[in-house]
Design a binder for this molecule. Sequence first.
Ligand SMILES: [Zn+2]
Length: 284
Amino acid sequence: MPELPEVETVRQGLAKWVTGRTIRTVEVHHPRAIRRHLPGDAHFIALLTGRTIVDVARRGKYLWFPLDSGDALIGHLGMSGQLLMQPADAEDEKHLRIRFTFTDDGPELRFVDQRTFGGLSLSEGGAELPDEIAHIARDPMDPLFDDEAFVARLRGKHTEIKRALLDQTLISGVGNIYADEALWRAQLHGARPTDQLTRPAVRRLLAHVRDVLGEAIVAGGTSFDELYVNVNGESGYFDRALNAYGREGEPCHRCGTPIRREQFMNRSSFSCPRCQPRPRTIRH
Ligand SMILES: [Zn+2]
């Protein structure tokens, strides 16, 4: 599943290829891909045809394309969604769901999604910030993210630190992988109660979250010049730099203790038993 760094890489690539271009045609090949657009495909197509894309924006893992009409095209990548730039004569992808052509006859924008958990929708009047996305908190790479407000809100919650990092209304864009990596760097177990963390400890953790995401964006952003903008939930970062996630039984890069895997919600958490001891307090 793509996380913030992958989505940011896609955003930067798309911004370069679609900004300032005017949509000539929209083809919806599969109704499920626009199921979130309740007025249906004719409405979707009518509001997009002839419009110029003025930017590509992101909040957390959500992308949107502000249009010159004041509306916005929203993209949810889901598990397997891809927004690809392709030459018009390139063969259709097997799972092509939506195609946009442009008045300049340049590369097409194609939404391809094998599992169709993702999709596109249109937000009327949503160019600045679509209502559908407004409940999602800013991500820590956003220049307007308020560090001190985050520290205060997090410490006011009676929850576990990893749950707080995954809470999209508190901080967005931090998925399971990057939460585990930031917690490893901060030497905190994910079950530590947020109301028992000091302000400096939360600030330190936030700095690690930012570092992990920033490094991943840099690592994933090395191929912007390629026409083919791809999201597959992986980036070069994954191979080289993971310290905790997916490393069960392998030695901790700090102390050599084998990394442990624990059940967390319906997923897994990876941590070092020595660097990140479980909290002693009983959860209530
Ligand atoms: Zn360790």
